[in-house]
Design a protein around this ligand. Structure first.
Ligand code: DC
Length: 450
């Protein structure tokens, strides 16, 4: 089942068609307009101006956003609120901000990466989000028809809204959407233009399903699973456990954490440290008070209480028989949900001061999710707890956090395709390896220089 991109102006019938098509084909749908609306709703709540690109961009990166049947923002159901006249009036300006688009396009591509098939609707799906989608439709309708539909959709208890007023609003939004500098609303060169005026939803769904060469009722592929936002109770518990563990760790491992201010203060990021010892985790947990997630073998999830404890501390299980893809998808889901994640790019504990073979998973994941990649250098942990030993020894340690390597849309912009080129993954992995080595050398210098 292919990916299907449906673009077009407001009132062209995209949502009804996309929903019916997804149901017919048994795949999921992503309403990208709802994502722009959710960011706009939140900006209005927080009093952020609709032209404050910096803060809007931050918001679009950080929000815990779940867009499916219902839409929720940081756990709050906003499905109705994002369709309010206030959001309608502001969403055009918010979605014209380049930083907002960068953040949301990255999230949309991450959705694609885990779904592999599905229906995406919006304004720039075929041109920007997935330019290599095999099926692209540009759905349109006459301005009168679109105004009539919108007026009926936005009916109040006293009756439908005035069609002339709605027509004027639609006209204004069309102008904003099609003339904005970033990703204006235009049909992709290879999109099939369908005029929905006077046509039934069913007939349009038939036409697109035929384009996709799709068989009705084929099985859906594995989808993105939601990640529950961290609750206040869990946050507190983590805070206390971290405090105890970090203080206890100080007894054996004394030394500075350098460069923690480099960490993004909010939103998702991927931390990539050197790996020399089982206690590396404990040192890495010192760099931020935020709970970071990490992959753990399912074998250590032995009973309910213990599972709860390590999950609360950030671990997520990967089935021993799971494919790499399953672990990759879970990691992607966590980053998309806005949480930080730790991955040791060497994949295993190595020895000595030189970074071992660096796997490409971390770089690939950061590129896919469009999140900052934070290199971290370590020294001394292999003295504190060498491989094969269970009892820690007193040792001086140092941990140096590097500047985040920013990834995102611009990293593969201009490639003309959605797939991340291998060359970009190689280049980022090289950059990461060099950074971790340099930071670890710095850390080793600090340890030696006591
Ligand atoms: O489809 P909609 O009316 O819910 O979209 C709301 C706004 O979001 C609309 O002004 C266009 C904008 N949008 C966008 O710029 N890019 C998308 N991919 C989807 C929506």
């Amino acid at each position: 089942m292919p990916l299907i991109a449906i673009d077009g102006p407001g009132g062209a019938g995209k949502s009804s068609v996309a929903a019916a098509l997804a149901a017919r084909l048994g795949v999921e749908r992503l309403d990208t307009g709802a994502m722009y609306r959710a960011v706009t709703w939140c900006a209005l709540q927080r009093g952020i101006a609709t032209d404050d690109e910096l803060r809007l961009g931050e918001l679009a990166r950080e929000l815990h956003l779940a867009v499916a049947e219902r839409v929720s923002v940081n756990g709050e159901d906003v499905s109705e609120a994002i369709r309010s006249p206030e959001v309608d009036a502001a969403v055009g300006a918010v979605s014209a901000q380049a930083a907002v688009r960068r953040a949301l396009v990255a999230r949309q591509r991450a959705w694609v990466a885990t779904h592999h098939s599905g229906v995406l609707e919006g304004r720039d799906i075929g041109t920007v989000v997935i330019p290599d989608a095999p099926v692209k439709v540009f759905l349109t309708a006459t301005p009168e028809e679109r105004a009539r539909r919108r007026a009926a959709d936005q009916a109040t208890p006293t009756g439908p809204r005035d069609v002339a007023v709605v027509a004027a609003e639609i006209g204004a939004r069309d102008r904003l959407d099609s003339t904005r500098e970033v990703s204006p609303l235009i049909p992709a060169d290879d999109a099939v233009v369908i005029d929905s005026t006077g046509r039934s939803i069913e007939s349009i769904v038939d036409e697109i399903a035929a384009l996709a060469g799709a068989e009705a009722g084929s099985a859906p592929e594995a989808g993105l699973r939601p990640v529950r936002p961290i609750s206040r109770r869990v946050r507190w518990f983590y805070f206390v456990c971290r405090g105890i563990a970090v203080s206890a760790g100080h007894i054996f491992m004394h030394g500075p954490i350098v460069g923690a201010e480099n960490l993004p203060r909010s939103g998702p990021f991927l931390v990539a440290p050197l790996h020399r010892s089982d206690i590396d985790f404990l040192i890495v947990a010192r760099i931020t008070r935020r709970r970071m997630r990490f992959i753990a073998k399912s074998g250590i999830f032995v009973n309910r209480q213990f599972n709860w404890l390590i999950e609360t501390l950030g671990a997520f299980p990967v089935n021993r028989r799971a494919t790499d893809r399953e672990a990759f998808n879970r990691a992607l889901e966590i980053l998309i949900a806005g949480e930080p994640l730790v991955i040791f790019p060497e994949g295993t504990r190595n020895t000595g001061p030189t970074i071992g073979e660096t796997r490409e998973g971390a770089a690939y994941l950061a590129l896919r999710a469009g999140v900052p990649l934070v290199p971290v250098g370590l020294a001394g942990t292999d003295t504190a707890l060498p491989r094969g030993k269970v009892r820690p020894r007193f040792a001086r340690i140092a941990c140096v956090v590097g500047e985040p390597i920013m990834t995102g849309v611009e990293h593969h912009a201009g490639e003309g395709r959605f797939r991340i080129p291998r060359s970009a993954v190689h280049a980022l992995t090289d950059e990461l390896r060099r950074a971790i080595q340099q930071l670890s050398d710095e850390a080793a210098g600090i340890v030696a220089d006591r």
